[in-house]
Design a binder for this molecule. Structure first.
Ligand code: ATP
Length: 252
């Protein structure tokens, strides 16, 4: 079954259509990228899918279930998690503590009750720590577990953020510019990590400006311009599409 279906999504700000009638699907294990010139509506689309904005039109289906406009933490509990363009790392906590935070974010709503149930809460804390260490190993940060997050390189912070999103055990992972600000080596590490996560069956939706990376790792690309989908298809197909070339040349 299709993991994520976006059907006719749209939203307007002050009467101006920021996104209009955008539809596409993401299947398990697939990497789908949304590209387009600045202001095309990529972030707005992401925000509607992940429940940050209420769409003005259309639907978001998660394994066939309508989750349109559902709060981000509820979506996370149902298997959709995301990262943000700007790092959301707690800089003065350790790497391990940041990864552990991912597990607790998933449990929002049960945390207060657990304060009155110490034994179960200790057990959970141990489980979260074990899970966090496993995730850090998966993203190549196991040796940095006890370091302060602020001391990590930018590329490592980006991987830590992906680790934290993975703590929610997502079936759909939305990545907002995972390679932004990274150098070539860091970008390649993030490439591998994303490919590995996809290979484990997670559906990945990506917004990314690094076109080389997008062309390398995507199975499918959706192109937005002025809020509308102007093309979609395999990387080779999209990159020679005249409407796509015109959209990029027209704004640069
Ligand atoms: P970039 O590549 O620069 O990040 P983008 O493709 O992500 O751009 P969006 O940030 O989604 O584009 O913006 C799409 C359009 O919607 C722009 O014209 C923007 O000014 C407008 N817009 C986005 N968010 C809001 C908002 N909260 N209020 C008003 N207008 C908005």
């Amino acid at each position: 079954m299709t993991l994520l279906s976006v059907e006719g999504l749209g939203i307007a700000f002050g009467g101006i259509k920021a996104v209009h009638d955008v539809s596409f699907r993401v299947e398990p294990g697939e990497i789908v990228s949304v590209i387009g010139p600045n202001g095309a509506g990529k972030t707005t689309l992401f925000n509607m899918i992940s429940g940050v904005y209420q769409p003005g039109a259309g639907r978001v289906l998660l394994e066939g279930e309508d989750v349109t406009g559902m709060a981000p933490f509820r979506l996370a509990q149902r298997g959709m998690s995301r990262t943000f363009q700007n790092l959301q790392i707690f800089q003065n906590m350790t790497v391990l503590e940041n990864a552990i935070a991912g597990f607790h974010l998933q449990e929002r709503g049960t945390v207060l009750a657990d304060l009155f149930n110490l034994p179960s809460s200790r057990r959970r804390a141990r489980q979260a720590e074990a899970g966090a260490r496993e995730l850090l190993a998966r993203v190549g940060l196991e040796r940095a577990a006890d370091r302060e997050a602020a001391s990590l390189s930018y590329g490592s912070l980006k991987r830590l953020e992906i680790a934290r999103a993975l703590a929610m055990r997502p079936r759909v992972l939305l990545l907002d510019e995972p390679a932004a600000g990274c150098n070539a080596v860091e970008t390649e590490e993030i490439d591998h990590l994303i490919a590995e996560v996809a290979a484990s069956g997670v559906a990945i939706l990506l917004v990314e400006h690094d076109m080389k990376m997008v062309m390398r790792i995507s199975n499918h690309i959706v192109v937005l311009d002025h809020g509308e989908k102007i093309a979609e298809g395999a990387p080779a197909e999209v990159s020679r599409n005249p409407a796509v070339i015109a959209a990029y040349l027209g704004t640069e």
